[in-house]
Design a protein around this ligand. Structure first.
Ligand code: C5P
Length: 410
């Protein structure tokens, strides 16, 4: 859906500019036209020649080329685009944008455009946290500027924290969203026409709670809206994956364009996952009840007939552990979740080992975080590479970022 769209890419002067080369390559691979603009500072980090070679376009540089200016002018350049992307957006570029400066080619284009602007900030953590940058960011958001990132992590300058530019794959996702180019649901058009990084891949997602009957009218269950699992299915679908969505009775409706398999109990969920295999990846986001009622009654239990009923429990299958330990038909990538209230990383790391899955998405759900029922989530991705903390972000963004990572891994 993005094919043929034209991106005006403003590359700012920061160490992250090297990632913009990958971004250009990825956008070109998706069939987009990329018209690059380099600031003067950017030329210290990437050469106009390499940018031009990758983009297959002339590079517009920060020196006014009068001939070109006469030919089409900066206004034309910024309006011919479908979207303007600034990556990396340095503290200086952000300040210029927020202040409405127009003293060089890049800032003039940004002022003259009538298209949406998406920025991928990248700078030292202190610069990012500086009140001036945060003020500029707030102003730009008010002006309708879209943002992606920055990520938290080790920085080129040796510090740790937010400020690292989002990975190209995330920027591509944000561009796709900004263009309104949601991937066409594979089930509607058939897998043959699915495009995107996960085209041709099959992913099983579990979501929602399970419901374990006590008798025909009563049950035990867990609190779970299914929001995170649904967001993950949507994000995977949008990358072109065929998604088998195995869901318990959740409050959030299942997404369009995925195969929905509705189940009630953990036993049914395990059977549905098994029936959906083989798959390239499995993402287990369901809140599965740990126990089922072993002495389940076939008829409704009557109050006061034989005193208080005594429930006996039996353990439910651990679907995540089971799928992780399959000898044949184990998906190449198995992702589990861990909601913890203390020692998040060490508990989740132990859980990953115990279950045998490849990744654990761990989050702190202690009441002070406001994660339960809230829109945001703070997660740590635990893999063979260790624990990687992600900045606090919306649950949809967590899903998109996770889906992008899955695409990279597959
Ligand atoms: O052990 P715990 O419930 O904390 O593990 C959470 C992870 O395991 C989640 O990914 C959840 O979907 C999965 N799980 C499962 N089957 C169970 C219990 C948990 O798949 N019976």
């Amino acid at each position: 859906m993005m094919q043929g769209n034209r991106i005006l890419l403003v590359i700012g002067g920061g160490i992250a500019a090297y990632k913009s080369l990958t971004l250009i390559r990825d956008l070109k691979r998706d069939g987009l036209r990329v018209v690059p603009v380099l600031t003067k500072a950017a030329e210290q980090f990437v050469t106009p020649l390499s940018v031009a070679a990758l983009a297959g376009e002339d590079v517009h540089r920060d020196l006014f080329d009068l001939t070109r200016e006469a030919e089409m002018g900066h206004i034309q350049l910024s309006r011919d685009a479908d979207l303007v992307v600034v990556a990396p957006a340095t503290a200086d570029l952000m300040a210029k944008m927020a202040g409405g400066h127009a003293d060089d080619l890049a800032s003039t284009l940004l002022m003259a455009t009538d298209k949406r602007v998406l920025i991928a900030p990248a700078m030292n953590v202190r610069m990012w946290n500086h009140p001036a940058t945060q003020r500029n960011l707030a102003t730009m958001k008010q002006d309708g500027v879209l943002t992606v990132g920055p990520d938290e992590g080790d920085m080129a300058c040796g510090e740790y924290g937010p400020g690292r530019m989002a990975e190209p794959v995330q920027i591509v996702e944000a561009i796709r969203d900004a263009l309104g180019g949601r991937r066409v649901a594979p089930l509607k058009l058939g897998p043959a026409v699915a495009t995107g990084r996960l085209a041709g891949k099959h992913v099983v997602v579990t979501s929602g709670p399970t419901m374990e009957p006590i008798d025909p009218v009563r049950y035990i269950s867990n609190h779970s809206s299914g929001a995170q699992g649904t967001a993950i299915a949507v994000a995977l679908r949008d990358l072109g994956a065929r998604v088998s969505f195995v869901t318990g009775p959740a409050t959030v409706s299942p997404p369009e364009g995925v195969e929905v398999i509705r189940v009630q109990t953990a036993d049914e969920m395990r059977a549905a996952v098994e029936a959906a295999l083989p798959a390239d990846a499995a993402v287990m986001a369901a809140a599965v009840a740990d126990w089922k009622v072993a002495n389940r009654a076939d008829q409704k239990m009557k109050k006061g007939r034989d005193g208080m009923p005594v429930l006996e429990f039996a353990e439910n299958p651990d679907i995540l552990a089971w799928v992780s330990q399959l000898k044949t038909r184990r998906p190449a990538l198995v992702v589990g979740f861990a909601a913890e209230t203390e020692d998040v990383v060490s508990n989740a790391t132990a859980k990953r080992r115990r279950k045998g899955c490849d990744w654990i998405v761990a989050n702190d759900v202690s009441p002070s975080t406001g994660t339960f029922g809230g829109e945001d989530n703070t997660v740590t991705l635990i893999s063979d590479d260790g624990a990687e903390s992600w900045a606090r972000m919306g649950k949809d963004e967590v899903a998109r970022k996770l889906a992008a990572r899955i695409a990279e891994a597959l």
